[in-house]
Design a protein around this ligand. Structure first.
Ligand SMILES: [Zn+2]
Length: 204
């Protein structure tokens, strides 16, 4: 789920064995010519240029940020499951790829519900995403203040993480099917936080 508080949390994260193995790979991805950060900047530019006005831009920014954050939860689940069954890495990667359309439809619905909740100042008459609204609760006050800086940072951070995970899954995993062995949700959270912090630094 979308959890900015999770991302901004400064936890005392242990560098587990899996992290020692994965972080160099994450850094390699970050140094590609088409790095996830540069791709995030590129999509940000497109978003900004295609928006009709400032209101439209703000709405699109929020929508894409929530979409990306929700997408990440699917990667998270997949990575943990692959980590428990590395023999199934490739078939699961392929299955994930096949299900892209279905997954995006589901995320679109959840995004719509969350945005409506945020726009209604944290109120919802009832929808299928209600039990997860608490994950976006923190966004309500930033939305009400129209805090562009906050959402730009979040957008770039989330997009950078999303593309990094995408490259990890489709470009790296097929060559190293055991790469995610033993990965936990906490490891993924740490990786997310590291990528987010680096994207934030790059922005400055
Ligand atoms: Zn709801």
């Amino acid at each position: 789920m979308l959890s900015p508080h999770k991302i901004f949390k400064t936890s005392t994260t242990k560098k587990t064995a899996i992290l020692q193995r994965l972080l160099p790979v994450i850094h390699e991805i970050a140094e590609l010519t088409d790095s996830p950060f540069s791709m995030a900047i590129e999509s940000f530019d497109i978003l900004e240029k295609s928006a009709n006005d400032e209101n439209d831009f703000f709405s699109c920014l929020l929508e894409d940020t929530v979409f990306s954050s929700l997408y990440l939860t699917f990667y998270e689940t997949l990575f943990v499951v692959i980590g428990e069954n590395t023999k199934l890495s490739i078939p699961m990667m392929e299955k994930f790829s096949e299900n892209a359309e279905e997954r995006e439809q589901l995320i679109n619905i959840q995004t719509f519900n969350h945005i409506r909740y945020i726009e209604n100042n944290g109120a919802c008459p009832g929808c299928i995403s209600c039990e997860n609204h608490h994950d976006v609760k923190d966004l309500v006050s930033y939305y009400n203040k129209r805090n562009f800086d906050f959402f730009i940072k979040l957008y770039i951070g989330m997009k950078t993480i999303q593309t990094t995970f995408e490259k990890l899954l489709y470009n790296i995993l097929p060559k190293h099917p055991n790469m995610l062995e033993g990965i936990t949700s906490q490891d993924i959270l740490t990786i997310r936080q590291i990528i987010f912090n680096e994207a934030e630094n790059n922005l400055q």
